[in-house]
Design a protein around this ligand. Structure first.
Ligand code: BEZ
Length: 324
């Protein structure tokens, strides 16, 4: 919420703000399917905004890439054709490489630690340049679970990943990681992944526990490697153009409620991730839990690349150390 105070006074955003509160029907896009935690949080945000605004504002939620993939939605946010999105920080980092720092392998010791890092002042400060740099206002962070590996074949060592067509979310930090591992990383947006794994278009996928268990991705795999190698933040976004046309009161109400609901996803994953993974293990599938040593020098290779690309890496590492 502190981030809001900064936003409300940010000169970068102010184009036309002496407006009185006005009724609005906002459109919010995201790529996750209807039962996903992010989609439910988006719907809860819309319901609470309608209630708190006495019906003046409403939010229509478009899940499952109905408005396009994340790159397309980001463009729509920039032009003002789309009002809002709950978006992977991965996609935003394609335009704001400093955000790649969140993906430092093993930055977070566990999911609760990832939550503390995302709730830090340092993390909030990374949202501030987005309005000027990308044309979107980042109101706050959410997340999904830590990243795991789901494979159609047996995986005992990282050498077993060599040359595997391994699906990744399309963004540079994860591409660099799996290149360092020696796999053949295959960028693919989320909605295409289930079928690609089922029909063997890819050999393995980089994924989180909710999708592995709740959305049944494990059913098309032989091996789960619980590696917990990266966090996976999400960000609540408002088009900077749309934001500039809002009254201060509306910014406070809309931004505050959106921040609350994206933040709620952090608590959901902290509460549920371990249980999902237990249930996957209980199916009898081959299940191994590994740590950073599994990946050999890939973690160090990643650090060498991203210490040049993401200037906030040291600051986020300092937060990680303080919040252990
Ligand atoms: C993914 O690309 O793996 C992903 C995207 C959004 C939510 C969860 C996972």
């Amino acid at each position: 919420m502190k981030h809001f105070t900064t936003l409300l006074t940010s000169a970068a955003l102010v184009a036309a703000s002496a407006l009185v509160a006005q009724a609005n029907e906002f459109r919010l896009g995201l790529i996750t399917p209807p039962p996903h935690i992010w989609t439910k949080a988006a719907e809860a945000f819309g319901a609470e905004l309608a209630e708190v605004s006495g019906g003046a504002h409403s939010v229509s939620v478009f899940p499952a890439r109905q408005l396009g993939n994340e790159a397309e939605m980001l463009q729509q946010l920039q032009t003002g054709a789309l009002d809002m999105a709950f978006m992977t920080v991965a996609e935003v980092s394609n335009r704001a490489p400093d955000m790649g720092a969140f993906y430092a392998p093993y930055l977070a010791n566990d999911i609760a630690h990832a939550g503390r890092i995302l709730r830090s002042e340092t993390a909030a400060s990374l949202l501030e340049p987005l309005a000027g740099q990308v044309g979107v206002v980042g109101v706050g962070y959410g997340m999904a679970g830590l990243r795991q590996i789901v494979s159609r074949g047996e995986i005992s060592t990282a050498q077993d990943l060599a040359g595997l067509k391994l699906r990744i979310t399309p963004f540079a930090p994860i591409l660099d990681f799996y290149n360092a591992v020696g796999a053949a990383p295959t960028p693919m947006p989320l909605p295409a992944v289930y079928d690609a794994l089922a029909n063997g278009q890819v050999d393995a996928i980089d994924m989180d526990a909710e999708l592995i268990w709740v959305l049944k991705y494990f059913e098309h795999a032989d091996t789960i490697v619980q590696s917990d190698h990266m966090m996976f933040p999400m960000v609540g976004l408002v088009s900077a153009k749309v934001w500039a046309g809002m009254s201060d009161d509306d910014r406070a109400m809309i931004g505050g409620l959106m921040a609350k609901h994206v933040d709620s996803t952090i608590d959901s994953y902290i509460a549920k991730e371990a249980g999902w993974l237990e249930q996957v293990k209980d199916t009898g599938i081959t299940y191994t839990k590994v740590d950073a040593s599994f990946f050999g020098d890939a973690v160090e290779q990643w650090n060498a690349i991203w210490s040049q690309k993401a200037k906030s890496l040291d600051a986020l590492r300092a937060v990680a150390a303080q919040t252990e």
